[in-house]
Each structure stands twice: as structure tokens, then as C-alpha cells.
Write a protein that binds this ligand. Structure first.
Ligand SMILES: [Zn+2]
Length: 489
């Protein structure tokens, strides 16, 4: 099976091209040759294991060993939900989960080779979750993304993934970009980075927010060659319910944990007004049905009431952005239990850079809506997720935590941190039976996945601590493995 999905696909494509040009007899011969080759390569690699298939001749990757148990002694816990810290507590992590939390001493068998961290009353909290991230695009300039070799860009993305984890973001929901390989490499322990909930390519109509073709790349004939960003897996341009369904299923096939659709105008894209409504209800519904059959959901990029309303009518379960919302539409989200993945977009030194004056003007409209959006999210108690949506800039990406601290304009530090941990964890679970990381995320409780930060200070009193993770996050643990430990010994 693995064989066919790699070598097989490549060969069948070649065969497909030949089939169009050749007569029936030659079609048959081509197919036979292709099939024989596929079978032969399958047989060769079946004996060698999955890793060898990725790098023939090399030793398979070492499977990440089950991490050594860790005992945090004397921590005060922010559990992801409460507004206050626990009394001094001990926490035992075994494998990739939190095995025990106890105010009394935890004893472990001498043979267990436990790593003991004497925390001295410091704060243990869940790893942070960014519900709107682009691992492929966060730190790389837009023009480079549109012109450079994709393999080079993947290496930059891998380096940024490591930086993301070292900022204390142990999970990200990726809202568009070719990150299936990166996710796999991280999960296999080949690279270091956060858990990734991938959407794969975002799906956009022609001229929509995901249509990043150059102006000379139209008209495109239906079924004609794909544009650069489509080949790279950044975008999938689809018009009509059938095309949307096909592209959605392709993302699911590659391992998307949710589907992302562009349902309205955007800032960084040049060919659509911010006021535009994108797709029709039947087109969005086609993606919703494909996702729903796979146990998961569709989330849409949308700013305006009209775009949001159409998406809700089509059955989406989450709205990205929404800064230009009005009161009746906010009420609609609340009444239908729709998630609102909202970002504190502001015009300060941590705004993503925009070169194009049209984009700059659109950004100003959106910045102006941020205040009202949070006011309505609070007023109607809408399920709100925290995300940053940083694009195209390594310096701004390095300020991911600082963007979380903006939230204290509307929320207490505890509320803001709850959103970036327990609440976002709940949103991750919306991926249902295809959730790539089943288990509880964003909380410190027995049985939850062990993604933990040890903070030198109390973030519920001083949320600014998350702005400087190098200094203030002394331990960063993901899936029970410690990636950083600078606790003074
Ligand atoms: Zn985005």
C-alpha cells in the first residue's frame, strides 16, 4: 500500500499522460509495463521497512524511545482552566501522559530511572496551543515563498518548527500549507517541532483569498496545468461543488485533520476585495460533507457578516478571523455553537509585514474591527480560540508569545491562558476519529498528554512572562519528552 502511494502514483501519472496520446493497444502495453514496475518496486521495498522506503540504503530512523519518566517536585499548577494556582504539588509523567498528580509525596520504584526536577514552587502549566498557524509560511517572506525552491522552503519551515516548540507552543493547528511531511518528520523524531494539526492546502475559488497566481496565469482551462502554489500544496483552486469535494478529499487522503476553505476576501491576496463573499453555499457544503464523512470539520477564512452567515448555513463548525462581524452574526455563532478562531490583529510592531498598498489598506479595516470582535465574542460567550496567524516574517514569528499577551486588553491573564491551552485543546479534539493526537491536550490533569511548561514566575499575575520563553520557560516538555531543561541545579 505504501509502495503504491509513492512510486505507484508517479508511474501511473506517466502512464496517464501516455494513455491520452496513444491508441488502445499501446495503452495496454504502457499499463502493463507500469504495473510490472510498480509491483517490482513494491517487492523490493516491502522487505526493507517503511523508513528505508523514504531513504533507500540508509538505516531506518530510530523510533523515538519511550521517554524516561519525569517527576516534577513542588510545583504550583495552572491546570489550563482555573483562575488560580494549585497548592504545592508533585506531578509524575510516565510515557507520554501525566500519570499522577498528588499533594503528597509520589514514590516511584528505584529501577524506574526517574528524572527528578526540583521545581521549588515554580509554575507548571500546559504547553501553549496556537489555533491559527502556518508552519510553512510564518517566518518566510512572501516573495521568497512564491519563487524559491520548495525543498529549500521546507528546510526553513523545519527550522521554524523547532523555534516554535522552543517558544512553548507544543501544538499548532496549521491553517494552510504543505506540512504533511514536516508533521511526519516531527512525529517520527526526525525533526523537532510542535504537534501539527494540518489542513494541507487551503481551498479557494478562482480570484479568492487562496488564489496566489500571478496576473499572467489566467485564463486557466478546466483540467489544465496547476499553478505553482497548487503544485507546492499551499493552495487548491477549485470552482464548483465537485471540484471542492475532490480537493477536500485529497487533503483528507494526505492526513488533513480539518479542511480549510476561503469563504471571503482576505488581506494578503491581491485579487479580491475584503468585502467579497467567496464560494456559494453548495460549494462549501460539498467540503462540509466530505469532512463530515471523515469525522472532522470545515473551518473557513471569513471576515464579513455575509461570508460568515453563508458558511454557517453550509454547515462549517469554525470561523477564522471574523473581525468585521456584526451583532446578529455573533449571536448566530453563539446559537449554533460555532467556534470562533479569532486573532488579536493590531497595528503594532508585531503586525505581519505587508508590501502591497492594497493589502495595507485592507489590514487597517481589519485592525479596526478587532476591538468590536472581542467585545461580541465575550458578550455572547462564543467558544473562542486563540491564534496568531503570523505570516512572512521571522522576527514577528519570534514574538508569537507576545501576541498572546495582547489578549489582556479584553481578558484576565488566566482567561487568555485558558484560551491558549484548555479551550484550544477542545478545538483540536473537533477532528474526531481522525485526530492525529488522540488524548487530552491543553490541560494538566491525570491521563492528559504530557505537554508541559515549567515557568519561572506566575503567568497568572504576569502574563508578560510568555513573551520571553528563552528566559522564563525553564522546562519544555512535549509528549513526555523534555526538549529544554534549564532549572538551576
Ligand atoms: Zn491564516
Amino acid at each position: 500500500m505504501i509502495c503504491f502511494s509513492k512510486q505507484g502514483v508517479k508511474i501511473m501519472k506517466v502512464a496517464g499522460r501516455k494513455l491520452m496520446a496513444d491508441d488502445a493497444g499501446r495503452k495496454f502495453r504502457t499499463l502493463m509495463v507500469a504495473s510490472a514496475f510498480v509491483v517490482a518496486s513494491c517487492q523490493a521495498s516491502l522487505a526493507q521497512g517503511d523508513a528505508d522506503l523514504e531513504a533507500p540504503g540508509l538505516a531506518p530512523f530510530a523510533t523515538p524511545a519511550s521517554p524516561q519518566p519525569t517527576l516534577f517536585q513542588n510545583v504550583r499548577i495552572f491546570d489550563g482552566r482555573s483562575a488560580s494556582l494549585s497548592a504545592p504539588t508533585n506531578v509524575l509523567v510516565r510515557g507520554n501522559t501525566i500519570a499522577r498528580i498528588s499533594s503528597g509525596p509520589i514514590t516511584v520504584e528505584a529501577s524506574a530511572n526517574v528524572r527528578v526536577i526540583a521545581a521549588n514552587g515554580r509554575v507548571l502549566m500546559p504547553g501553549l496551543i496556537d489555533a491559527h498557524w502556518h508552519a510553512f509560511m510564518a517566518a518566510t517572506p512572501q516573495m521568497l515563498l512564491m519563487t524559491a525552491d520548495t525543498n529549500y522552503l521546507q528546510l526553513l519551515a523545519a527550522r521554524q518548527a523547532q523555534a516554535t516548540l522552543m517558544r512553548g507552543f507544543t501544538t499548532i493547528r496549521d491553517l494552510g500549507g504543505p506540512v504533511f511531511g514536516l508533521k511526519r518528520a516531527i512525529d517520527e523524531g526526525v525533526m523537532t517541532g510542535p504537534r501539527i494539526y494540518p489542513s494541507g492546502a487551503f481551498i479557494s475559488q478562482t480570484s479568492g483569498h487562496g488564489d496566489f497566481r500571478f496576473s499572467f496565469e489566467v485564463p486557466r482551462v478546466t483540467g489544465g496545468p496547476l499553478s505553482h502554489s497548487e503544485v507546492a500544496g499551499v493552495a487548491a483552486i477549485a470552482d464548483s461543488p465537485d471540484e471542492v469535494r475532490l480537493r477536500a478529499r485529497e487533503q483528507l487522503r494526505q492526513g488533513a485533520s480539518q479542511i480549510k476553505l476561503m469563504a471571503g476576501g482576505g488581506i494578503a491576496s491581491p485579487y479580491n476585495p475584503i468585502e467579497s463573499t467567496q464560494y456559494t453555499e453548495p460549494e462549501i457544503r460539498a467540503a462540509v460533507e466530505a469532512a463530515d464523512n471523515w469525522g472532522t470539520y470545515v473551518t473557513v477564512h471569513a471576515y464579513t457578516p455575509r461570508a460568515i452567515q453563508q458558511a454557517v448555513a453550509a454547515g462549517v463548525k469554525c470561523i477564522e478571523h471574523g473581525q468585521l462581524i456584526d451583532e446578529p452574526t455573533a449571536k448566530l455563532l453563539a446559537d449554533n455553537g460555532i467556534w470562533w478562531s479569532l486573532q488579536p490583529f493590531m497595528d503594532d510592531e508585531n503586525a505581519s509585514p505587508l508590501v502591497n498598498p492594497v493589502s495595507q489598506k485592507k489590514a487597517q479595516e481589519v485592525f479596526a474591527g478587532t476591538e468590536n470582535a472581542y467585545r461580541l465574542a465575550k458578550k455572547y460567550k462564543i467558544k473562542t480560540a486563540f491564534g496568531t496567524d503570523i505570516l512572512f516574517d521571522a522576527r514577528v514569528a519570534s514574538r508569537q508569545g507576545a501576541i498572546l499577551t495582547r489578549m489582556v486588553r479584553w481578558y484576565t491573564p488566566a482567561e487568555a491562558l485558558k484560551m491558549a491551552t484548555a479551550d484550544n485543546g477542545e478545538l483540536m479534539a473537533l477532528s474526531g476519529f481522525i485526530n492525529p493526537y488522540p488524548g487530552k491536550l491543553g490541560v494538566v490533569e491525570e491521563g492528559a498528554l504530557a505537554d508541559l511548561l515549567l515557568v519561572d514566575g506566575n503567568p497568572l499575575e504576569n502574563i508578560k512572562l510568555v513573551e520571553d520563553p528563552d528566559e522564563n520557560f525553564l522546562v519544555i516538555m512535549k509528549d513526555g519528552t523534555i526538549y529544554k531543561d534549564t532549572v538551576p541545579k
